[in-house]
Design a protein around this ligand. Structure first.
Ligand code: ZN
Length: 415
């Protein structure tokens, strides 16, 4: 797992937590400050807002907005200037059940630069600008072509999107009676060239509209010689032609051909997360179905194997949300550890029973995220940790069929 993947995961969790918070009125403040904004200007702006807030009718909303503004202003005192990527501050009175609220303040330094200043006061925190940063923008152009048809698509992040389908007017190889062979061949070549021009023109429209910084290159698939002719004839726009990454033999040239192309190009794309994740899941599945296969899944079995040092690769679903909770009795020595599932962004707040020994109340003395906890054990055991997204079929299976936790083993331990 790269440092980048780790940060992305933590950033995603922070956003989920922000989104889950709600105020009672319009009183949660979301403040975005880009690097080039002067802190003194921001403070002047907030002081102004503080003045306007005096007009808010509801006393509790007025008080909450004003104290949130004060809290932000006092935080800003510690900054001479905003960090390199700017900063986002969220502050307000969060509902914590019943009529109760608790004043919370969260500062996030985003992984990518913020470009504009904004101030919002609402019943939720505004995270749109940060959500955008989670999207994987790396984009590849896909073209699959044979004599009859062509399909053009985009591979963005982990998702293939078909964009255009074209049918050709290229006649089959058998000429009709009465036509001279020479004339027939000529017409056929003209039709092929015409079709290639139409494909290129559609592809130019689509690919040149993708942000240059995000566009990684073009993959072309199909039978021989259709795809080779398309490349050799240099039909694509002169800026796109050098971006062709490779040609791949595939059977289908309809929408399913785009997926076939992505699979065929997997070595070329091996830097792409989805291919790496897919390969890991395939390796896991293969082990799982073979006799004495080196696979384990489910929290208990994987935890056991991790502690034994027998896990080679730990596979964790990006959408796994579980906490490991330690409970202790108020009165006696009793203690136990248990795992609770919760929804994204929510803290585990379950009612726990009484102490089985003395019937006193049990308190939560420790709560850690299962991902953090397992990653820590993995680190000590030289186990590789990989996050698997749910944006592809096998990734969804990991979450839904295998509880979000699986392992490829070095050797079997019998559990
Ligand atoms: Zn007890």
């Amino acid at each position: 797992m790269t440092e980048e993947a780790r940060h992305k995961y933590e950033f995603k969790r922070q956003l989920e937590e922000l989104k889950s918070k709600q105020g009672q009125g319009t009183e949660l403040i979301s403040l975005y400050i880009p690097h080039d904004k002067r802190i003194s200007d921001v403070v002047a702006y907030l002081r102004d807002e503080h003045g306007s807030a005096a007009n808010i009718k509801s006393k509790s909303t007025r008080t909450n907005v004003q104290s949130a503004l004060e809290s932000i202003m006092s935080r800003l005192k510690y900054y001479k200037e905003p960090p390199e990527n700017g900063m986002a501050l969220f502050c307000g009175a969060i509902s914590i059940g019943g009529d109760r609220t608790s004043m919370e303040a969260i500062t996030i330094v985003p992984p990518q630069p913020l470009t504009s200043f904004s101030y919002r006061c609402g019943s939720n925190f505004e995270t749109d600008k940060l959500d955008d940063m989670l999207v994987d923008r790396k984009t590849f152009g896909l073209i699959v072509v044979d004599r009859r048809e062509a399909t053009i698509g985009l591979l963005k992040g982990k998702k293939v999107t078909p964009m255009r389908h074209l049918n050709s007017t290229v006649p089959g190889k058998q000429r009709k009676g009465g036509q001279s062979s020479h004339r027939f061949q000529q017409l056929r070549l003209i039709a092929i060239s015409d079709f290639n021009n139409r494909i290129a023109s559609a592809a130019n429209d689509i690919f040149l509209n993708v942000d240059r910084n995000d566009f990684q290159g073009i993959l072309i698939g199909g039978p021989t010689p259709s795809k080779e002719e398309f490349v050799k004839g240099e039909f694509l726009h002169h800026e796109l032609q050098p971006k062709i990454l490779g040609l791949f033999d595939i059977a289908y040239t309809d929408e399913s051909g785009l997926n076939e192309l992505m699979d065929a190009a997997s070595d070329t794309l091996s830097q792409l997360d989805v291919v790496k994740e897919k390969k890991l899941m395939e390796r896991f599945m293969k082990e799982l179905v073979s006799d004495n296969g080196l696979a384990a899944y489910g929290e208990d079995s994987v935890r056991h194997n991790l502690n034994m040092g027998s896990v080679d690769v730990l596979l964790l679903s990006e959408d796994l949300r579980r906490s490991r909770i330690t409970l202790k009795c108020q009165n006696c020595e009793y203690a136990s550890t248990t795992t609770v599932k919760h929804r994204a962004g929510e803290k585990a707040t379950l009612e726990f029973g009484k102490c089985p020994k003395c019937q006193s109340t049990l308190n939560i003395t420790e709560q850690v995220d299962v991902v953090d906890e397992l990653s820590l054990i993995a680190e000590q055991m030289n186990t590789e940790v990989e996050f698997i997204s749910t944006e592809f079929e096998e990734g969804e299976q990991l979450l839904n069929a295998f509880g979000g936790i699986a392992a490829i083993l070095r050797y079997r331990t019998g559990v």
